[in-house]
Design a protein around this ligand. Structure first.
Ligand SMILES: [Cu+2]
Length: 193
């Protein structure tokens, strides 16, 4: 899908192919963080080189991904990411408690998780990637496609993800990836078996 810009929250990743073919040799192209200021604004500069022969082709589809069907989910969960009355950052009303499992998914079983926010929270899930199936009242947003391990929740949003944990039985975490929030215990365990 062609993009002129990408909305990236902390910890989100995108694979991109950049086409510099439309620029003349010597053109300086800057990658800019539109939300940054001073030293966090200008990320990287490219200087376009001389014209060269390139017989590579960008395929029509960069990858083939089998969509997870949320209608087949055996378990549905809901996690609310919000600030408590004392300023603490909570998931379903809890600060991180290493002894508490907020979910106990079975390996191989498809689940949907509804993630609800009061503030901007990039939600990162360990162990397996997931797919976004819904953002608010619509389907996946413009930057929600493909396999993800972090999804951007903006203030007062609902994002539904489909996830199937397959790799290992054990204890893992999911958490907000805003450093200030994860440092303030906006994190929870899930235990797979
Ligand atoms: Cu957060």
């Amino acid at each position: 899908m062609p993009h002129e810009r990408l909305d990236l929250s902390p910890a989100e990743r995108f694979d991109v192919v950049v086409d510099f073919g439309r620029y003349r040799p010597g053109t300086r192209v800057e990658l800019v963080n539109l939300r940054g200021s001073a030293s966090t604004r200008r990320v990287m500069q490219f200087v376009v080189g001389d014209r060269t022969h390139d017989d590579s082709r960008i395929p029509g589809r960069l990858s083939m991904i089998e969509p997870l069907d949320p209608a087949k989910a055996m378990v549905r969960r809901r996690f609310q990411f919000r600030q408590g009355a004392g300023g603490e950052w909570l998931i379903n009303g809890h600060e991180f408690d290493p002894t508490y499992a907020a979910a106990t998914p079975r390996l191989g079983q498809l689940e949907t998780w509804q993630l609800v926010s009061d503030f901007a929270h990039p939600v990162h899930v360990h162990l397996n990637p997931f797919q976004v199936v819904r953002r608010n009242t619509g389907g996946p947003g413009e930057f929600d496609h493909g396999w993800k391990d972090t999804v951007s929740l903006r203030p007062a949003e609902m994002v539904q993800i489909a996830v199937r944990f397959t790799d290992y039985a054990g204890r893992y975490v999911f958490h907000c990836h805003n450093l200030e929030h994860e440092d303030m215990a906006m994190m929870a365990n899930f235990v797979t078996d």
